[in-house]
Design a protein around this ligand. Structure first.
Ligand code: BGC
Length: 741
């Protein structure tokens, strides 16, 4: 055959590609209209059983003949957790090739803070105040997850929590809607990438929709009562931000919200999510949450639960089987409009199409599990380091001098790989690098004497105390690795006390007898109360559960290779009796004064037996350097509704170490038709400053950022405002401006 001129050859290739794309649209991303047409065609052919199957999800416990047969029949739309890669590939092959309509399964898993590489728990990630790094970590998680044949993660969890008794505070981004929204958006972008269809993108799931974190008394699964303005301004805010970032799915929560369980709540699931936010992905229930409508006292039996779940707007039922068991009879009895099933299936199929599961991405070829990549570990180390919050540092107790002689490493959390990974850790423990290992590596094993003192954080025995005290006596400095083991936070892990569990405080008291400088390094899934321990330590470094690379990150900070830069994403109480305590509270008619003659006044909103202020405020964290803030400068004293102001302040590194500072912008509206919080975070930025350097940090404050909800209505009310540019929520001198119509 005569060879073609290269130019003509190129044209021929282009023509062939275009033709192929027309006859086989799988080769290019389908347009939204094409997807809807395909969905129409499928729905038209689906039986009611096949529709209810799509609306059902179960744990991938096995690939028995029964399960295979069920997949062939279209009994399941999704499987989650469990299943080896080979089983996933085979189950998917059956769904695509042997089921009547060839609809792929969507595989899910709780990849909450990494799969193979474990990043800090989400509360720790929030402490970094570094959304870009959080996005990068979620990207790593997405790559590892997609490589394991999983299409969908039940993350990010974005429940605002003001109560550290609630164990699930570990899984979210803390108490503030602005910080939580920025983190939620970062994670969604990280997981979903530029396109859901990309081979290394996975669908995100915003959970738990909604209000779950307001559980009364911090007891898991408990009832929540949240007025609509608070629901919208605080609890819904991150979910709305995630929606705007293109989020694929939501998970409906376990809690009863204002009398109606969140998993049957047509107000939040239909009115807010669909009518107002125009969400077009799908909603999965939490684990058996549809069947739980019965004990909630909201459904009389399983059929009623199915009806209320579907009417409420939950499209896929996780684990319980009321939809499958009763959907057909509900339609036959005319209790359920079959169009609602079509709508649910349409939303589920839309995400399956967007993910490309009908095409190449659906046909998974297992790859051998790989250990974390070097770049992934580097991201984990960086994020862990940025999540560490220095709460106290008397007389420069930290960093330890590199020239230090011997250090004693004491405490139950110095060498517990499993515990430093935290709740919902999926990754291997053997790749986790503990603080003990990292310190030995950095200083040489001969300079590190290890005596844990306690077997784990709940150990009550004093048997290990003597060797710990002896280790302290022979050392130049003592590092106390205290806190909570992983199982004490997360789901169904609420605590009524926030103190260090077990005999940890007794251990600290005993070790203090050695009279050596002590540093408390606390690893925990929630804010703890540790006033006495902090009083005995020269420095306190709060590390959350820092993940795979927690050890090296902690060692880097302790030894001064890096300055600590984390800031608290949640208020730390002095005692559990102050809970709920959060910075963005209302003022009351009798706000308490902290100092001066007014502090003597009895009839103020405070306690007789403890201060009303927190132990450590939201946004707080020290560095190895010091920063000075100039007064805020406003571009104008007045702003019109619809306009914006710029607010700036000079921030200077007045110490001797180069470091990051997180500059925080807060506002307060002094009088409004609904009283507004004493402060609200509106923006923040990390800046890096060399010793002696300063920078003008400028924020744009649009009037829309001053809006609040009155019921469903978002209003901006003219009036007087204060504005702070400050290092944390209790610091700074406010500037003033007026919002005019
Ligand atoms: C949890 C969810 C989780 C689900 C699936 C539930 O018990 O509340 O956060 O995604 O289980 O594992």
């Amino acid at each position: 055959m005569r060879s073609l001129h290269p130019k003509l050859r190129n044209i021929r290739v282009a023509l062939l590609t275009a033709l192929l794309a027309i006859v086989s649209p799988g080769l290019r991303a389908a347009t939204p209209a094409e997807i809807e047409k395909k969905i129409d065609a499928l729905i038209a052919r689906m039986t009611i059983e096949e529709k209810l199957g799509q609306m059902s999800q179960k744990v991938f416990a096995d690939l028995s003949d029964k399960t295979k047969e069920e997949i062939r029949r279209g009994r399941w739309g999704s499987l989650y957790s469990g299943g080896t890669p080979a089983q996933k590939a085979e189950a998917q092959r059956i769904a695509l090739k042997e089921s009547r309509l060839g609809i792929p399964l969507i595989y899910a898993q709780d990849v909450i803070h990494g799969l193979t590489t474990t990043f800090p728990i989400p509360l720790g990630q929030a402490a970094s105040w570094d959304p870009e790094l959080v996005r990068q970590a979620a990207r790593v998680a997405a790559r590892e997850t997609a490589a394991a044949g999983i299409h969908w993660t039940f993350s990010p969890m974005m429940d605002i929590a003001r109560d550290p008794r609630w164990g699930r505070i570990a899984e979210g981004f803390g108490e503030d809607p602005q910080l939580a929204s920025r983190m939620a958006v970062a994670m969604v972008r990280g997981y979903q990438g530029d396109s859901l269809e990309a081979a290394d993108s996975i669908a995100a799931c915003a959970k738990h929709y909604v209000g779950y974190g307001a559980a009364e008394a911090g007891r898991d699964y408990n009832t929540t009562w949240i007025p609509e303005n608070l629901l919208r301004d605080v609890y819904l805010a991150p979910f709305q931000a995630a929606r705007e970032a293109g989020l694929a799915t939501y998970m409906s929560a376990f809690n009863n919200l204002n009398g109606v369980p969140a998993s049957a709540n047509a107000f939040t699931l239909r009115q807010v999510l669909r009518d107002e936010w125009k969400f077009d992905g799908f909603v999965v229930s939490d684990y058996t949450a549809i069947a739980e409508l019965i004990p909630h006292g909201y459904a009389s039996d399983a059929a009623d639960a199915a009806l209320k779940g579907i009417l409420g707007g939950v499209e896929m039922e996780m684990v319980s089987t009321t939809y499958w068991d009763h959907g057909k009879e509900l339609v036959a009895n005319k209790q359920l409009d079959p169009k609602l099933l079509d709508q649910a299936v349409r939303d589920i199929l839309r995400i399956k199409f967007r993910l490309g599961l009908f095409d190449a991405k659906g046909q998974y070829t297992p790859v051998p599990a790989a250990p974390p990549a070097a770049a992934a570990l580097e991201t984990a180390r960086k994020l862990a380091a940025e999540s560490l919050v220095l709460l106290k540092n008397q007389n420069g107790a930290l960093p330890l001098a590199q020239s230090i002689g011997k250090i004693a490493v004491i405490g139950p959390l110095a060498d517990s790989a499993r515990d430093q990974l935290g709740t919902w850790a999926m990754g291997p423990t053997d790749t986790a690098r503990t603080p003990l290992a990292a310190l030995r590596e950095a200083l040489g094993a001969g300079r590190v004497v290890y005596a844990p003192g306690l077997k784990n954080s709940q150990d009550e025995s004093h048997d290990g105390f003597a060797p710990a005290v002896e280790a302290a006596r022979g050392a130049d400095a003592v590092l106390l690795f205290l806190g909570e083991e992983a199982s004490l936070s997360g789901e169904a892990s609420s605590r009524a006390y926030l103190d260090l569990p077990g005999a940890q405080e007794a251990l600290v008291n005993e070790v203090a007898q050695a009279g050596k400088p002590a540093i408390a390094v606390i690893l925990a899934g929630r804010p703890l109360t540790f006033h006495n321990v902090a009083a005995k330590a020269g420095a306190v470094l709060y590390c959350w559960h820092p993940g795979t690379m927690g050890g090296p990150a902690i060692a880097d900070v302790i030894l001064g290779k890096l300055a600590p830069s984390g800031r608290l994403p949640v208020t730390f109480p002095r005692t559990v009796g102050q809970v709920p305590i959060y910075y963005n509270h209302l003022n009351t008619g009798r706000p308490a004064a902290e100092t001066g003659p007014a502090a003597e006044e009895k009839y103020q909103s405070k306690y007789l037996d403890v201060s009303f202020t927190p132990e450590y405020p939201f946004g707080f964290g020290l560095s190895y350097t010091t920063f000075a803030y100039g007064s805020p400068h406003l571009s104008a004293p007045r702003m019109r509704v619809g306009d914006s102001l710029t607010v700036s302040a000079e921030v200077a590194n007045t110490g001797t170490v180069e470091a990051d500072e997180t500059v925080q912008l807060y506002i307060r509206q002094l009088a409004a038709s609904l009283a507004q919080p004493v402060r609200e975070l509106k923006d923040f930025r990390r800046v890096h400053l060399k010793p002696g350097a300063s920078q003008t940090v400028e924020f744009t404050l649009p009037s829309s950022a001053l809006a609040f909800h009155k019921g469903a209505q978002l209003v901006t009310e003219p009036g007087a405002f204060q504005v702070w540019i400050a290092p944390h929520s209790s610091a700074g001198t406010p500037g003033q401006f007026t919002l005019v119509p």
